[in-house]
Design a protein around this ligand. Structure first.
Ligand SMILES: [Zn+2]
Length: 109
């Protein structure tokens, strides 16, 4: 399995190409990864391959969205489970409201 994540632009899991930029002197040599499928690349050049790999694999927005989706999925599963559980309808409704409020990060209304 590749140490490189799927392309953030098209989702391809094909190994991206390491692209080199060389302005003629050693100090200005830099690298970045470019998708082998859609040819998209990072905007920034890195000083070395390891840094380029970290940059390619770092997706703070995607990670935050995945965490939020997981939290919402867990909340919906809890609501669904409790909705079908036996019990007092009013208590269930209050519990579902509390779960949804926590998942949506809504303050008391
Ligand atoms: Zn791509």
């Amino acid at each position: 399995m590749s140490e490189l994540a799927k392309c953030p632009f098209c989702g391809s899991d094909k190994e991206p190409c390491l692209e080199h930029f060389d302005a003629g002197d050693y100090e200005s040599r830099s690298v970045r990864y470019r998708c082998s499928e859609c040819l998209s690349s990072e905007d920034y050049w890195s000083d070395n391959e390891e840094e380029a790999k970290n940059r390619w694999n770092t997706r703070p927005l995607e990670s935050a969205l995945r965490a939020e989706v997981d939290a919402l999925r867990e909340a919906l599963t809890r609501i669904r489970t409790q909705f079908f559980a036996d019990g007092d309808d009013e208590i269930i409704a209050l519990q579902m409201q509390e779960i949804a409020r926590a998942a949506l990060k809504v303050e008391d209304e």
